[in-house]
Design a protein around this ligand. Structure first.
Ligand code: ATP
Ligand code: MG
Length: 137
């Protein structure tokens, strides 16, 4: 069954949106197979966002994602990778459709509440960065 990596970013944790985000995935019928909370070390953030290295927003992105605790999750279910992206909405909350997570709670592209893997390859890579095999159901 397909799995994806979803993370409540520091602004989402600070604003008390963890339960709401988990509830949306549960209600949709997806299965939570991994969950942990931690503050991301800089080197992990640079690895996770390696595709954005060299872009003008990279340094700010790393500073933001390491600025406080995140809640990292692995969700399982049919088509969950694409479904999670759809549920999150566009990267820029100003462009995210109403009803999506970012469209409901997002403020700014640099503080957009949640992360979700954008492809099967990214999902496999990101799950491997954040979870050991024995931490997943
Ligand atoms: P994420 O990877 O966090 O789920 P995403 O896949 O929708 O988001 P990416 O293109 O992977 O978007 O960008 C990663 C993150 O970098 C975004 O979530 C956003 O916080 C930040 N970011 C992307 N583009 C910009 C930008 N133009 N200005 C500032 N921050 C940006
Ligand atoms: Mg991305």
């Amino acid at each position: 069954m397909e799995r994806t990596f979803v993370m409540v970013k520091p602004d989402g944790v600070q604003r008390g949106l963890v339960g709401e985000i988990i509830a949306r995935f549960e209600r949709r019928g997806y299965k939570l197979v991994g969950l942990k909370m931690f503050t991301m070390p800089r080197e992990v953030a640079e690895t996770h966002y390696a595709e954005h290295r060299g872009k003008p927003f990279f340094e700010g992105l790393v500073r933001y994602i390491t600025s406080g605790p995140v809640v990292a999750m692995v969700w399982e279910g049919k088509n969950v990778i694409a479904a999670a992206r759809e549920m999150m909405g566009a990267t820029d909350p100003q462009k995210a459709l109403p009803g999506t997570i970012r469209g409901t709670y997002g403020i700014d592209v640099g503080r957009n509440v949640v992360h979700g893997s954008d492809s099967p390859a990214s999902a496999a890579r990101e799950i491997d960065i954040f979870f050991k095999a024995d931490e997943l159901l």
